[in-house]
Write a protein that binds this ligand. Structure first.
Ligand code: S3P
Length: 450
């Protein structure tokens, strides 16, 4: 597992044109939710296109520990035999969620209203991340949580025996927090209400409805009000997981900055709660087109075509777009380094509590590679050096963060001198085929002795 083994340094050299098709893996958010909701339905859910990254495999193991039968039938093909809402059994051992914030937070919510006890842990990155954002709302249902100082893992959660429904205003834009509350609400009587001021990814809402829960969404002056009726019988589903726009971001952005590139990334979900990066790139003047736009499973889907874009300009990224591209700021900052002018990113303090402090990780790594970055608590800006303007040449720390590692490997594809990532193992959490896929397009990686 990443974070426990020998470091795997990887160097990325300036590439010739990237060309071809990039078939990126299944969506991580939807993969976690498919397993968890499948485990809470009665009967067999079939899933195809499931991401087989480490984060999701941890969630599969966790669902087994809570009593569901989870089986892999072939690449991406899975089944989950669920135990029903309120049917989780007490795990016999500690649940290790690895690197996965989404996994641990959603599972804590899902078990919080069942009278069982579970202890959660994770890798060094996950153990440093705040869990109070989930333990606060689940306490309102009647659950108890005992963790390390600052609400960190390892943490034991004792599910409520007599849960009461909750009305909860999320204090930060977080789909994980929203989803944890909704999953807890499944086994509470009456109506659980979550209100979010800024809309975040809505996969939980869509999937809960798909599984047969009664759920309504109202846009009001107070915000987006989501109301869930407790104690539904969730019906097993057949789920085709769409490809992950957050993974698509890497080949798309690499193509924009590597001279002569022309890359097609087929079948990418363009759910508006996830597509903010692509709009931002187009605002910067990127040659990024949506081809073959269609609807699949109620979601807009397109093939993304990205071509080398030497004329991109720095922009002020609208803060209200932050939630829809929250995982994409690291790779956006790489693209911004090759644009002309300054790219400013505001309203992004959540980046400080991701798998790493992503503002700090990117700022330090970009500076080491010759790019100027200014930052404050909830904003940062990158001074673009134009195409072929980034010196490169440095070794950067991935900090157990897959998106930091992949972002700097993309930087190396277009910088003048190679860029080395100290440990690329974390890439396996979300994009296990990143290296071969990018190599097929024309990237040049090389293993380095640690
Ligand atoms: C996710 C929500 C986001 C995102 C994460 C996946 C999800 O986290 O960063 O990669 O699947 O709900 P927050 O809810 O903390 O913003």
């Amino acid at each position: 597992m990443s974070g426990h083994g020998t470091p795997e340094p990887l160097r990325s050299r300036k590439a010739a044109a990237l060309t071809g098709q990039a078939r990126v893996p299944g969506d991580k958010s939807i993969s976690h939710r498919s397993l968890i909701l499948g485990a809470m339905a009665v009967g067999e859910t079939r899933i195809s296109g499931l991401l087989d990254g480490e984060d999701v495999l941890r969630t599969a193991d966790a669902m087994r520990a809570f009593g569901a039968e989870v089986t892999e039938h072939g690449p991406g093909e899975w089944s989950v035999h669920g135990v029903g809402v309120g049917g989780f059994r007490e795990p016999e051992d500690v649940i290790d969620c690895g690197n996965a914030g989404t996994g641990v937070r959603l599972i804590m919510g899902a078990m919080a209203t069942t009278p069982i006890t579970a202890t959660f842990t994770g890798d060094a990155s996950l153990r440093s991340r705040p869990m109070g954002r989930v333990t606060d709302p689940i306490a309102l249902f009647g659950a108890q949580a005992y963790g390390r100082d600052g609400g960190r893992l390892p943490m034991t959660v004792i599910g409520a025996a007599d849960p009461i429904p909750v009305r909860y205003h999320t204090p930060m834009p977080s789909a994980q927090v929203k989803s944890a509350v909704l999953l807890a609400g499944l086994n509470a009587p009456g109506e659980t209400v979550v209100i979010e001021t800024e809309p975040t990814r809505d996969h939980s809402e869509r999937m809960l409805r798909g599984f047969g829960a009664e759920l309504s969404v109202d846009d009001t002056d107070e915000g987006r009000v989501i109301t869930l009726k407790g104690h539904p019988e969730l019906k097993p589903q057949t789920i085709d997981v769409p490809r992950d726009p957050s993974s698509a971001a890497f080949p798309v952005c690499a193509a924009l900055i590597v001279e002569g590139s022309d890359v097609l990334v087929p079948n990418i979900g363009l759910n508006p709660t996830r597509a903010g990066l692509f709009e931002t790139l187009r605002d910067m003047g990127a040659d990024l087109t949506y081809e073959n736009v269609r609807e699949e499973g109620g979601e807009p889907v397109a093939d993304l075509r990205a071509r080398f874009s030497p004329d991109m300009k720095g922009i002020d990224v609208p803060p209200e777009r932050a939630a829809s591209m929250i995982d994409e700021y690291p790779i956006l900052s790489v693209v911004a380094s090759f644009a002309t002018g300054t790219t400013s990113m505001h309203g992004v303090k959540e980046l400080r509590v991701k798998e790493s402090d992503r503002i700090d990780a990117m700022a330090q790594g970009l500076r080491a590679n010759g790019v100027s970055v200014n930052e404050g608590e909830d904003w940062w800006e990158v001074e673009g050096l134009g195409p072929n303007g980034v010196p490169g040449g440095a070794t950067v720390e991935a900090r157990l963060d897959h998106r930091i590692a992949m972002s700097f490997l993309c930087l190396g594809m277009a910088a003048r001198d190679p860029v080395t990532v100290d440990d690329a193992a974390a890439v396996r959490t979300s994009f296990p085929i990143f290296e071969p896929l990018m190599t097929d397009l024309g990237a040049r990686f090389e293993r380095v002795n640690g």
